[in-house]
Design a protein around this ligand. Sequence first.
Ligand code: COA
Length: 263
Amino acid sequence: MDQNASTNVLYDVTDRIAWVTINRPDKLNALNRATVLAIAGAARRAASDPEVGVIVLTGAGGKAFVAGADIAEMAALGPHEAQSFAHELNDGLGTLEGSPKPVLAAVNGFALGGGCELAMACHVRIAADTAKFGQPEVGLGLIPGAGGTQRLQRLVGRGRALDLILTGDMIDAAEALRIGLVERVVPAGELRGVVSEYAKKLLSKGPLALTRALDAVLSGGEMALPEALRLEASLFGLCFATEDMREGTRAFVEKRKPRFPGR
Ligand code: COA
């Protein structure tokens, strides 16, 4: 396994899947500044690597995805440093969310605070049945600072977001599934296999179509409907300029599996 800019994040490509593993298991993979920068670096590396089609984020060790921003590191920050830390978090998570390749969160344990926010910046979340979610910041006299006040309400609705943010309560994976915070819950021992299979399904689709679908949903989701529909129409039209689209439609007519060239 190759190690990225820092040993805090491991980077391994297997079968066109880039596994990005946050690797501070003794601190439940808490996000210090170096780790945030390394995650952003890994996301950029995977985005530009032609051998990678899907990116998966997960946590090292059996216990945590990410148990939050590093509280010990944050305790020493002043307001301006904290603000720039929040900007670094937003840049790092924004790099993941803006990735032209699908980013999956394989949530293998605690996803609290910055860990829940990191999972929410991924495009699809698949959780172990042992995972726990929450935004416990108010218990530390803080508020979520990596998009939690925004992405959570967009995913689960304002009332449920406020319920989680104001109480700081942890919820289990079943409840996270029920409220729409995750898309799948699987037995913990099957998480890696299920995520690999899910990634393989995406790898069998037109890669340029995946990129345009991400753009339409993510960019369009922040626009008024008429603008968003115009964006969708443009991206739909652009698909017709690709060899992928010619191959996909031809393969359907010829009753065979498509072999997308990614052009
Ligand atoms: N930042 C820094 N260190 C953290 C951390 C965080 N967010 N979360 C856990 N750790 C560290 C602990 O300090 C401990 O380190 P130590 O062994 O050097 O003392 C180690 O990780 C293991 O954590 P511990 O609390 O002993 O595990 P636990 O099983 O008893 O509890 C949690 C697990 C997740 C409930 C608990 O660690 C926790 O509440 N973490 C903070 C969650 C949080 O508030 N996140 C939002 C931050 S903004």
